[in-house]
Ligand binder design. Structure first.
Ligand code: CAA
Length: 296
């Protein structure tokens, strides 16, 4: 495993490029938007600076990591010599299927195709390629440089050799791999999203306010963020789409998204990224300023 390509320069894509580059791998970061690519490199530089300021990385290692990253607006140019591609594009099934068809065409023989999808079926993605045995889920958690877990998802056809390679690679990144099978929501979101949805129902039914719900879970269960703040951090649209995958995939009403979540997404109150969700945020930052009053 020598050369890595990362598709998508958003929050997850820049975090994934960051950890591979820091671990010494040359990385091609690919996005259709040049502007997004520039922003991603600035974000990686800023996040590496945090590590330098904390003394967990020296300044020379930061520069080396940045030198490992090249950016490409063309998928074909970015993946032509890759040993592994990690796709971290928008969580949209049609888009991912299109990207994997292109990857199958342009990535070399033997290149492993991984998706950072949080809930879309790896088996479905693999089925649009001519190498389903080489398609695997490599699900990082946000913020990628901080979170230790990589959830590795075996699709129906993923070969053991490919899974083992991704397990070893995750360890080289300093992460802890956890191998799971390909069913809706895998493990992380099958457990996380019903908890977030229940927190939203608790608010919707007037049992408690935003801050009370989050404080109970933060101080009572030692969660670093309460479920409503975490939902804002993940993005309410992402939470809704994962719940829909669980609901459709299992056909069980226990996964039905809370109507309040549906309304907030329709109103484009998507959390930190739009400046407002269950809390309001300083424009351009994910910093929480004040808790938003709740209207049913
Ligand atoms: N890059 C590098 N370092 C970062 C960083 C980044 N992007 N973001 C934060 N950090 C570092 C900080 O520098 C700090 O380092 P030290 O511990 O060395 O001081 C550390 O992380 C903690 O950050 P802060 O002090 O700024 O803030 P905090 O203590 O409130 O922690 C947090 C922030 C790490 C995000 C914490 O609140 C947390 O763990 N939240 C829960 C995150 C979570 O659950 N993520 C999973 C979401 S689900 C998902 O991603 C998958 C999905 O499919 C939906």
């Amino acid at each position: 495993m020598k050369k890595i390509a990362v598709i998508g320069a958003g929050t997850m894509g820049n975090g994934i490029a960051h950890v591979f580059a820091q671990a010494g791998f040359p990385v091609s970061l690919i996005d259709v938007s040049e502007q997004q690519l520039q922003k991603a490199v600035q974000t990686i530089s800023k996040n590496l600076d945090r590590q330098v300021a904390k003394g967990t990385l020296d300044a020379a290692a930061k520069e080396t990591a940045l030198r490992h990253i090249t950016t490409h607006a063309s998928l074909a140019a970015g993946v032509h010599d890759a040993d592994l591609v990690v796709e971290a594009a928008t969580e949209n099934t049609e888009l991912k299927l299109k990207i994997f068809q292109q990857l199958d065409e342009h990535a070399p023989q033997g290149c492993i195709l991984a998706s950072n999808t949080s809930s879309i079926s790896i088996t479905k993605i693999a089925a649009v390629t001519n190498r389903p045995e080489a398609v695997v889920g490599m699900h990082f958690m946000n913020p990628v440089p901080v979170m230790k877990l990589v959830e590795i998802i075996n699709g129906y056809a993923t070969s053991k050799e490919v899974t083992d390679t991704i397990v070893e690679l995750s360890k080289q990144l300093g992460k802890v791999p956890c191998v799971v099978n390909d069913y809706p929501g895998f493990v992380a979101n099958r457990i996380l999203m019903p908890m977030i949805n229940e927190a939203i129902y608790t608010l919707f039914e007037g049992v408690a306010g935003v801050e009370e719900i989050d404080t109970v879970m933060k101080l009572g269960m030692a969660h670093p963020m309460g479920p409503l703040q975490l939902a804002d951090f993940i993005g309410l649209d992402v939470c809704l789409s994962i719940l829909q995958v669980l609901h459709d995939g299992f056909g069980n009403p226990k996964y039905a998204p809370c109507p309040l979540l549906v309304n907030m997404v329709m109103a484009k109150k998507l959390g930190a990224k739009t400046g407002e969700g269950f809390y309001t945020y300083t424009p351009g930052s994910k910093e929480l300023v004040v808790s938003k009053g709740f209207k049913k």
